[in-house]
Design a binder for this molecule. Structure first.
Ligand SMILES: [Zn+2]
Length: 325
């Protein structure tokens, strides 16, 4: 049964793997993903497993917390939702796991943070468990210090490390303080037992092109997969990992010409492509040839400059996409 939201300007539904052969999973990165069954606190696999785990009273949580060692900020809702919020020319993505864990992936620039706050209010977001900075450009993390100040309940602030000296990053670093946790390729971000969040790419120390340091995560919820990767570009970043089949692709670098290479899209065969970009932006994003590549790959494109916030919801076997929220 699909959930369609009444407020949608338009909506679509999908099932994992639509448009691609089901055996395309063979040999994918999914097959070699770290085993999470039986994951125990302190075994070194999961970032987000809190130190107080040993003394945690699991019965105090609204859902099981034995695998992730803290109570979630949101009530377990049984669905994965990925909110690509309209922050004009930037990225701000909220991920809420079926177990109630919420992570803000990028927070846009300061001028557009009001949009995130409004969406949180409209969606009843009670709190955040984690934040993740994809990379150190202001259109992604300019307002992350404000988000952390608004949400002192955040347990861990993930980022790729790095050494940028921008004011935006200095502000973030000051507020995140000892919550900062550097992620590396292969890490699992623990958002409860219902989904797997894997780091496929992280800071490679490229000081000439910060986009190449973007943290890329793959989210797996049953049969549904999603990819978030900041401003990952094709020549270095996209070529460094195999995403495997992906249903919901948050398009890299606002749909720029230097992202979403044909061979990269072939690896994913995405059903939907969600683009975060500002109407009339100075960069010409999304790039027209990139839109054609996405169409050629069979992806249905949703753009924040056209419909505002775009929200993907998964029950683990199917997903919906809604815009205009
Ligand atoms: Zn960007």
């Amino acid at each position: 049964m699909f959930l369609l939201l009444a407020a949608c300007e338009r909506a679509t539904t999908g099932r994992p793997g639509e448009g691609r052969p089901r055996d395309s999973h063979a040999g994918s990165a999914t097959d070699t993903a770290p085993e999470v069954d039986g994951l125990a606190c302190g075994d070194g696999l999961a970032l987000g497993a809190h130190e107080e785990c040993d003394g945690a009273d699991d019965s105090a949580c609204p859902g099981a917390c034995s695998a992730h060692c803290q109570c979630p900020s949101m009530p377990p809702g049984g669905e994965l939702s990925i909110h690509v919020m309209d922050v004009w020319q930037g990225d701000g993505v909220l991920v809420v796991s079926p177990d109630g864990f919420a992570m803000l992936v990028d927070a846009g620039d300061e001028d557009d943070y009001w949009s995130i706050k409004a969406h949180f209010r409209d969606q009843g977001v009670a709190g955040l468990d984690y934040t993740l900075v994809s990379h150190q450009h202001a259109d992604h993390m300019g307002a992350m210090d404000w988000a952390l100040e608004d949400h002192p309940e955040v347990g861990l602030a993930f980022d790729g490390g790095g050494r940028a000296d921008s004011n935006a990053f200095s502000d973030y670093r000051a507020v995140a303080a000892d919550k900062r946790t550097t992620v590396r390729v292969g890490d699992l971000l623990d958002m409860g037992p219902s989904i797997t969040v894997e780091v496929l790419h992280a800071d490679i120390g490229d000081r000439d092109n910060e986009n190449n340091n973007s943290v890329v995560i793959r989210i797996t919820h049953g049969e549904v997969t999603a990819l978030l990767g900041g401003d990952c570009e094709s020549a270095v970043c996209e070529s460094s990992f195999d995403p495997g089949p992906i249903d919901i692709y948050k398009v890299h670098h606002h749909g720029s010409a230097d992202s979403s290479a044909p061979w990269f899209l072939d690896q994913m065969s995405p059903s939907v492509a969600l683009i975060s970009c500002g109407a009339g932006n100075d960069y010409g994003h999304p790039d027209a040839p990139t839109l054609r590549r996405l169409a050629d790959a069979g992806a249905e494109v949703w753009r924040t400059d056209e419909v505002g916030h775009v929200v993907a919801r998964s029950d683990g076997s199917a997903f919906t996409i809604s815009g205009g929220l």
